[in-house]
Ligand binder design. Structure first.
Ligand code: TTP
Length: 371
């Protein structure tokens, strides 16, 4: 049996700002772009959230709802630094750490539990240590599978701690809304609700044949998750699932020529890194941050694996070119390559892969929002 922790820092960007500027402690902090520039909220401190402010909300709306909110521009390098400190602490506890983003990770603590430590004690120690060393508060969920741990960490935020005992997984999940399950997006949730399935328990009660009809190849996986029985391991190598290079600019860039230069430099850098790591990838990704801090990604899957500069450059430029608009400027540009040769093929159904390929060879790029 596995024992897994999901750890997720509270109001991460805002918490770092409060840490670095004590005047912000206890105050409603809105991290993001300025309202006059059509900025959006990256995150809000919990003091601001009581006014109904949340991530991705236009800053204008946020300020309207929370007039005392203090707007702070994001400092991504600082967040990266703090994230590194936290991940290092996680790795002191176990070698099996799978970061999901800057502020959250799965930790496999099976060895510690098998050596006699109680999951609750491990989780409390971790929370205390993260706070003592970094000054940040982390919410933690503990369970025998990733699904339960992840849902647990979110249930009791901020400063949350939820431990689900072995054997209690299905009972813990049963009353929760289906959209809390990883892989059940808003559309699927709506379809399920229409069929009278509102909770994870109601979902888990469906016969296997129903799952097969509803979810196809994913049927057993979704069913296992709904029952709190998923068997996904903590993958330490997720960090090398893609290789990328990004830059934030002192002044936002908008000119076609300068943008092309940046994409070229990034592509060359990524190609070199791929070569060094002896990796070839098929998916070229482009990450963009606009002047108003909106951040999004586009990607395209090539018909072959590569570590060569030229195709990466061309694909990344085609993705960026599709995003150029008069007056639109970019604060950050990142180019990355993923979907490496030695990995099992990406999870798209075959027809979807073929559609992407034919679109690509037609010259019209398939793009999708991945953020
Ligand atoms: P989250 O983990 O979603 O949220 P959070 O850490 O701000 O707060 P909590 O988990 O306590 O609810 O996001 C992590 C960071 O990612 C967040 O601090 C800011 C950034 N972010 C954005 O920039 N834009 C977004 O739309 C979201 C959701 C997050």
């Amino acid at each position: 049996m596995r024992h897994i922790i999901h750890a997720d820092l509270d109001a991460f960007y805002a918490a770092v700002e409060q840490l670095d500027n004590p005047q912000l402690v206890g105050k409603p902090v809105l991290v993001g772009g300025r309202p006059e520039n059509r900025g959006v909220v990256a995150t809000a401190s919990y003091e601001a959230r009581v006014f109904g402010v949340h991530s991705a909300m236009p800053m204008k709306t946020a300020v309207y709802r929370c007039p005392k909110g203090i707007i702070v521009s994001p400092r991504f390098n600082r967040y990266k630094e703090k994230s590194g400190e936290v991940m290092n602490l996680f790795r002191e506890l176990t070698g099996l750490v799978e970061p999901l983003s800057m502020d959250e990770a799965y930790l496999d603590i099976t060895a510690a539990v098998e050596a006699g430590q109680r999951p609750l004690a491990v989780a409390l120690d971790l929370k205390a240590r993260v706070f003592a060393v970094t000054g940040l508060v982390v919410s933690v969920g503990v369970g025998t599978c990733k699904t339960v741990a992840k849902i647990g960490s979110d249930l009791d935020k901020p400063d949350g701690l939820v431990v689900v005992q072995p054997g209690d997984e299905a009972e813990f999940l049963a009353p929760l809304a289906v959209n809390k399950l990883w892989g059940i997006g808003p559309k699927t949730a709506e379809r399920l609700n229409k069929d009278g399935i509102e909770t994870i328990g109601e979902l888990a009660d469906q016969p296997l044949a129903w799952f097969a009809k509803m979810f196809g190849k994913r049927a057993t996986n979704v069913r296992d998750k709904a029952m709190g029985l998923d068997d996904d391991a903590v993958h330490i190598h997720s960090a090398t699932k893609s290789i990328s290079s990004e830059s934030t600019f002192a002044n936002d860039l908008g000119g076609e020529e300068e943008l092309r230069d940046v994409v070229e430099r990034k592509a060359v850098g990524v190609a070199h890194q791929l070569e060094k790591a002896n990796l070839k990838g098929r998916t070229v990704k482009l990450k963009l941050r606009l002047a108003d801090f909106t951040t999004f990604a586009r990607q395209v899957t090539l018909p072959y694996h590569t570590d060569a500069e030229e195709p990466i450059k061309e694909a990344a430029w085609a993705l960026l070119e599709a995003e150029l608009e008069p007056g639109r400027t970019f604060r950050l540009i990142g180019v990355g390559v993923a979907n490496f040769e030695d990995e099992s093929e990406d999870e798209l159904p075959t027809e979807e892969k073929e559609r992407q390929l034919s679109l690509f060879t037609d010259g019209s790029l398939p793009v999708e929002v991945t953020d």
